[in-house]
Design a protein. Structure first.
Ligand code: ATP
Length: 234
């Protein structure tokens, strides 16, 4: 469904992504693991056209998207839950959800989907009128996920959904990711929390200083020596 082939991305002279190739098949949860500054967020930004790859291709549903505008990429069915959530802090929860549907016009369908995401995230239902910036970190993460779902995506990319959350909330977020997948969503997950991510994902890639150094099933990665030493605390 999503395929990156030999992608290279630079910030000025700094060669941040070096020949990245990876793919995510329909219905899978695939995670990208890596330490600080490995290039995980840059991978996400490159997929969404927020930074441009210098070479290589990004395909979504057999269509080249590496030259498309971010808004058109979202319209084609790919949604992003960005790092640090980036909800609209001064807007209400309802307005944030409406923003997620900005590229859609069928009001009836939007209302239906609003009800549906509120079922998945009951906490948001209770807080539709609350100013989003006053919610807890966990609630904001739920809102960021719900907002992404409001674009009716075929696939969701999530950048470090566990960041800054308590272990209990991380569990809730990861349970919700599984639930969304069980409803038929395809998910690409960037995470520093390797243990949680590998227990959730079908497959994973390991990114080290801009290069993919490992790719395997999540089960095999959990017992891989390099992964255990570098990302699972031995
Ligand atoms: P983290 O988990 O800490 O967010 P990451 O794996 O997501 O790390 P990136 O944010 O992709 O890493 O950064 C990869 C490298 O690119 C880092 O060395 C970072 O300093 C650099 N970098 C990121 N954004 C820019 C930018 N806008 N301009 C210049 N360098 C950047």
């Amino acid at each position: 469904m999503l395929r990156l082939t030999d992608v290279n991305t630079y910030y000025g002279p700094s060669h941040v992504l070096q020949n990245i190739s990876l793919e995510v098949e329909r219905g899978e949860i695939v995670c990208l693991l890596g330490a600080n500054a490995a290039g995980k967020t840059t991978t996400m930004k490159t997929i969404f056209g927020l930074v441009r790859a210098t070479s290589g291709s990004v395909n979504f549903n057999d269509e080249a998207i590496e030259r498309k505008m971010t808004g058109d990429i979202v319209k084609s069915g790919l949604a992003l839950v960005p790092e640090a959530r980036r909800i609209f802090g001064r807007m209400t929860v309802r307005e944030n959800l409406e923003m997620g549907a900005y590229s859609r016009s069928n009001k009836q369908e939007i209302t239906h989907d609003m009800d549906h995401v509120c079922q998945i995230f009951p906490r948001l239902q209770e807080r539709l009128k609350q100013v989003a910036g006053t919610m807890s970190g966990g609630e904001q993460q739920m809102l960021a996920m719900a907002r992404a779902m409001m674009s009716r995506p075929k696939m969701i990319c999530m950048d470090e959904p566990s960041m800054g959350l308590s272990p209990k909330l991380v569990e809730t977020v990861f349970d919700t990711i599984l639930r969304i997948r069980d409803e038929g969503m395809t998910i690409f997950l960037v995470e520093q929390n390797a243990s949680m991510a590998l227990n959730l994902a079908d497959r994973g890639y390991v990114l080290q200083t801009g290069k993919i150094v490992l790719s395997d099933t999540a089960k095999n990665l959990l017992t891989n020596d390099l992964v255990r030493q570098a990302y699972l605390g031995g």
